[in-house]
Design a protein around this ligand. Structure first.
Ligand code: CO8
Length: 258
């Protein structure tokens, strides 16, 4: 399928979304958010796709929500439409594993979208920030919440209150990104990671994702119980039987994703 603001491609068992509004540093306008939603719907319903990579350009993953589009909205415009929560939460609600491959600016809604992904890989050029305060507003898609959980209160508070950007090294030290790679190998590294995930059982990786994400929502006791029940449920999968049998037979498992 072709889109106006993104490029969506199926590469084997991986879905690749490239944000593509270079003139606006991939600012996340309403139409782009809708394009991402449609591409994710397509990837989610495609049985062959088992991991998704979202990336931007060398200069910017995304420089935030589209400020020019938002500039004339009033309170009732954003409140009535719940400014535009449905589209913005689509990345977070994706059930298949997602990887954000970030080079250049990931600011405001761009940083928030990257944080909605399950794993973030940063190019050495990446810069993360929540600069909303500099334009008279606050983060609205997780910047005060996911950033705080990822890097702790002190850094999150400093970034949201001053708009200061974090470079890739600081982001890795703080736990925001899984690892840093040279900018020219960012996409290759992200695709290799996605292919690795896609080589395992699809339903099992979905269960891993759901269980890890519950750690943010539940008490330890509830989370451990959720995990245990999900673990039990893998014993209903053909892939669990195949995985353990293959181990005993010293061969690679042939997962059927069921
Ligand atoms: N929105 C619209 N256009 C943008 C944006 C943006 N966020 N960022 C950059 N652009 C445009 C610029 O206007 C410029 O366009 P033009 O050439 O037509 O003037 C073009 O992209 C290139 O940008 P610059 O010339 O500014 O490039 P620089 O290299 O000088 O600077 C920066 C790069 C530092 C990234 C700078 O562009 C900048 O500060 N951008 C804005 C960053 C920002 O404030 N982001 C936060 C936006 S608010 C937000 O994201 C809230 C999300 C809430 C979501 C809630 C949903 C429920």
């Amino acid at each position: 399928m072709s889109y106006e603001n993104i490029i969506a491609e199926k590469k084997g068992n991986v879905g690749l979304i490239t944000l593509n509004r270079p003139k606006a540093l991939n600012a996340l306008c309403d139409a782009l958010i809708k394009d991402i939603g449609a591409a994710l719907d397509d990837f989610e319903s495609d049985e062959d796709i088992r991991a998704i990579v979202i990336t931007g350009s060398e200069r910017a993953f995304a420089a935030g929500a589209d400020i020019k589009e938002m500039a004339d909205y009033d309170y009732m415009d954003v409140y009535k439409n719940d400014f535009i929560t449905k589209g913005w939460t689509r990345v977070a609600s994706c059930r298949k594993p997602t990887i954000a491959a970030v080079a250049g600016f990931a600011l405001g809604g761009g940083c928030e979208m990257a944080m909605m992904c399950d794993i973030m890989i940063a190019a050495d050029t990446a810069k993360f920030g929540q600069p909303e305060i500099t334009i008279g507003t606050i983060p609205g898609a997780g910047g005060t919440q996911r950033l705080t959980r990822a890097v702790g209160k002190a850094k999150a508070m400093e970034m949201c209150l001053t708009g200061r950007m974090m470079d890739a090294e600081e982001a890795e030290r703080a736990g925001l990104v899984a690892r840093i790679v040279p900018a020219d190998s960012l996409l290759d590294e992200a695709m290799q990671l996605a292919e690795k995930i896609a080589s395992f059982s699809g339903p099992v990786s979905m269960k891993v994702k759901e269980s890890v994400n519950k750690a943010y929502e539940m008490t330890l006791t509830e989370g451990l119980m959720f995990e245990r029940r999900e673990f039990h449920s893998t014993f209903a999968l053909e892939d669990r039987a195949e995985g353990m049998k293959a181990f005993g037979e010293k061969r690679k498992p042939a997962f059927k994703h069921r």
